[in-house]
Design a protein around this ligand. Sequence first.
Ligand code: 4NP
Length: 156
Amino acid sequence: MIRVLFVCLGNICRSPMAEAIFRSKVESVGLSDQIDMDSAGTGDWHVGEPPHEGTTEILSKQKISTNGIRARQVKKVDLDRFEYVVAMDAANLGELHEMAGMQPASSISRLMDYVTDSEFEDVPDPYFDGNFEQVYEMVTEGCEKLLEHIREDKGI
Ligand code: 4NP
């Protein structure tokens, strides 16, 4: 199984959105038996909570399910369990590199790395400004490109 972990700060806005969108894309191409996904936050404030309503509202309009998604904090063992660890912004990326140390087993990247023509490097945090629409567009494109990248990497 190929395992993908999306990471943001609180694990209630951006990374659960990425998990849900990526899950729906993987399902739609019939690869659910080969690619698994999860999300986690570097912070622990929202552990156990479902996604933020800004995320659930925009996803439900698109008929994308967030069933079963609950916040948890990322831990060091995740970096061994997940082959692709995908951060939303530079702060998350820095925390993951710090946690991983010198020789990470997983590939640690940022979602917008896969969108080569994007003017953005980070998916902005919508928790304070409420801009879930822009985040949805960026995460959708990022997940599309990430899935293409994995399919090419793995020849599937
Ligand atoms: P997220 O957004 O990292 O996209 O889940 C945030 C959620 C909660 C907080 C910050 C960012 N917080 O400070 O509680």
